[in-house]
Design a protein around this ligand. Structure first.
Ligand SMILES: [Mg+2]
Length: 363
């Protein structure tokens, strides 16, 4: 599998071959059909709640009114409208009847709840994540670029089990935070191998294998973007490579965080087969101020952004460093492109596959 290409070589000539396995408002207020003795269709404002409870979830408290005749599923739908956690994802502690979890058709009035009671909920924001991997409406060229049909890419992005994998990473994975995130900045996520340096060639030191203009590029990008590294290798190797390239010690920019192979997910993609990919939904789920609108990812492998193709820019691979280091100007040009697009409100509307044509006359 090509993704297991991540053999990381040390950057010095001793080149130890370490093969690392990548590795509605639709709250269904109960109908008042019990109140047949009076008006059969009373105005809505006569629909008074019988009691009020609160849902505690994810650091917030959400008041929910319980009406006469309300069933558990109707209650859950009311919770959904407040929290965006889908009913089938909600686990509401204390929503029990005789010690067993309440079923959807039960009446809320049968559960022994008291007024102003607080109920703890465990659940995830399914809708947010679904949105994070949603197919954009206007990206036919990108799809052609990926050489897979629109139907297939929809299939990849909406597969529920992939969303669940992303949710699990959001809950459990911890990026290595190095420097504070800066409010208002966009986010640039960078691959390392063949993007920032040629990890397969042998050199006396990191500088020989570094992609030309790397530091210039990072200094320039840092003005408008928080910088993150996402590499399909282990954290140990990311740290080592960044140190050898002099990225960690450069005083003119800061890397915000590192993400390693453990945050990747395995998907079965049309035309690719089973591959590990880098779903940006993990970052968006963990740090909500980063979104598909303000994030761009550079990688030399397109499949790494299969879950979010509208946010990926496939950079030309930097290989054979000794032959190409005098002529490779990708980072010089991309620094200008990043500067050009930094003013935009929504980066996901761009076709990054055509980045070289963004400026008339090219870069
Ligand atoms: Mg790479």
């Amino acid at each position: 599998m090509e993704n297991n290409e991540d053999k990381s070589k040390e950057l010095n000539s001793s080149s130890v071959d370490n093969i690392e396995k990548v590795s509605s408002q639709d709250t269904k207020v109960s109908s008042l059909d019990t109140d047949v003795s009076q008006d059969k269709n009373p105005p809505e404002d006569e629909c008074k709640p019988s009691l009020s409870v609160s849902i505690k979830w994810s650091g917030g408290v959400y008041p929910i009114s319980i009406y006469d005749g309300m069933t558990v599923i109707e209650f859950k739908e009311a919770v959904y409208s407040e929290t965006k956690v889908r009913p089938d994802k909600q686990k509401i502690v204390n929503l029990k009847c005789k010690g067993k979890p309440a079923t959807d058709e039960m009446q809320m009035s049968s559960l022994g709840l008291r007024n102003n009671m607080k109920l703890m909920m465990v659940g995830s924001v399914d809708e947010v994540l679904a949105e994070a991997v949603a197919v954009p409406e206007d990206m036919p060229e990108v799809i052609n670029d990926l050489d897979i049909s629109e139907e297939n890419i929809t299939c990849v992005q909406n597969r529920q089990d992939y969303i669940e994998k992303i949710e699990k990473r959001v809950r459990e994975y911890k990026p290595k935070l190095l420097n504070p995130m800066r409010p208002g900045k966009k986010l640039l996520v960078l691959d390392i191998d063949y993007t920032l340096f040629d990890h397969r060639s042998v050199g006396q030191n990191g500088l020989e294998l570094m992609r030309p203009y790397l530091h210039h590029f990072l200094v320039s990008a840092y003005e408008d973007y928080d910088l993150a590294i996402w590499s399909a290798t282990s954290m140990k190797w990311i740290e080592e490579k960044m140190r050898l390239l002099g990225v960690t010690s450069n005083p003119n920019y800061n890397i915000c965080f590192y993400v390693d192979s453990l945050a990747m997910i395995r998907i079965d993609a049309p035309n690719y087969g089973v591959v590990e990919v880098k779903p940006l939904g993990v970052i968006w789920g963990k740090y909500s101020h980063y979104t598909s609108k303000n994030t761009i990812m550079f990688d030399d492998l397109r499949r790494n952004f299969l879950m979010n193709p509208q946010n990926g820019l496939k950079i030309k691979a930097f290989r054979n460093a000794h032959e190409n280091r005098d002529t490779d100007v990708e980072l010089l040009k991309l620094a200008v492109y990043l500067k050009d697009i930094a003013v935009l409100q929504d980066l996901s509307k761009l076709r990054h596959s055509k980045w070289e044509n963004y400026r008339k006359g090219g870069y």
